[in-house]
Design a protein around this ligand. Sequence first.
Ligand SMILES: NC(=O)c1ccc[n+]([C@@H]2O[C@H](COP(=O)([O-])OP(=O)(O)OC[C@H]3O[C@@H](n4cnc5c(N)ncnc54)[C@H](OP(=O)(O)O)[C@@H]3O)[C@@H](O)[C@H]2O)c1
Length: 284
Amino acid sequence: MRALLIGSQGQLGSDLCRVWRGDLIALPHEALDVCDRDQAFAVIARERPELVINTAAYHRVDDCETNGARAFEVNGLGAKNVADAAREAGAAVMWISTDYVFDGEKGSPYVEDDLPRPLSVYGASKVAGEHLVRQCNSNHYIVRSSSLFGVAGASGKGGNFVETMIRKARDGEALRVVDDQVSSPTMTFDLAEKLQELAATGRYGLYHVTNSGQTSWCNFAAKIFDLMGLSPSLTPISSAELAAPARRPACSVMENRALKETGVGPMRPWEEALAAYLGEKGYL
Ligand SMILES: NC(=O)c1ccc[n+]([C@@H]2O[C@H](COP(=O)([O-])OP(=O)(O)OC[C@H]3O[C@@H](n4cnc5c(N)ncnc54)[C@H](OP(=O)(O)O)[C@@H]3O)[C@@H](O)[C@H]2O)c1
């Protein structure tokens, strides 16, 4: 399948470049800005892909609270521009959403038809993006994932949680990490492989795609240190103590139900993915 990838130098984008089998036109931010509607139409029409994968996002969750216009420009209208341009070129679109569309109050893993209720501007902008992609291009895959880590690090966030924890531990910093937010950490390499498998099915729709299992940020940090043989001072704290500008869901674990129903194999546990990541980075 001939695919066009937007955001190719990001954490997920760079892993898509590694795993994709078939033609892949990989475009970094400089080559296609999703906020530039004319450019999106011109580039996608010129390249004639069968599928456009849009990984671009403004996802500094706390900054989105004070820069809502930018969040909606990139995550809402940017998603629409690409979905429209893909439709006009006769291509399907794949767009990445987030567990932060949920409020975290359900008490059991979210399934695809649970109603989103975002707590943050970022989450609201991604819900807007979901609606616009769905409305503008009926041949769409909307894929929600969570707590991403990949070898490239998130360019939009200046790294990822794993790297931040390792750096702080090595610097001898005493760590205070939130223990009342639970999600399924997901390795972008594993996600990229599933996106490829999903694209081959032709079964459009909404999917939750995460590594299996669940953990709090504090336990995630503890597992990183355990695997690496590091023993920094690590104190669990509450979200209230951290007092971050954006509210985040308490438990945003998502069941990968639609993925299973489509016949795409399950994702490995997040601990295995973490060990693979640390090995690939040369830490183990
Ligand atoms: N990171 C997470 O924990 C997480 C969790 C759930 C869902 N997601 C979603 O997963 C997707 C991929 O995340 P990621 O971690 O791979 O992020 P990332 O590393 O920041 O990658 C995003 C890429 O998009 C590019 N980009 C940003 N704004 C753009 C624009 N206006 N036009 C075109 N390209 C643009 C960025 O380039 P520059 O850096 O050069 O601007 C970057 O290469 C996003 O949709 C995100 O919302 C992420």
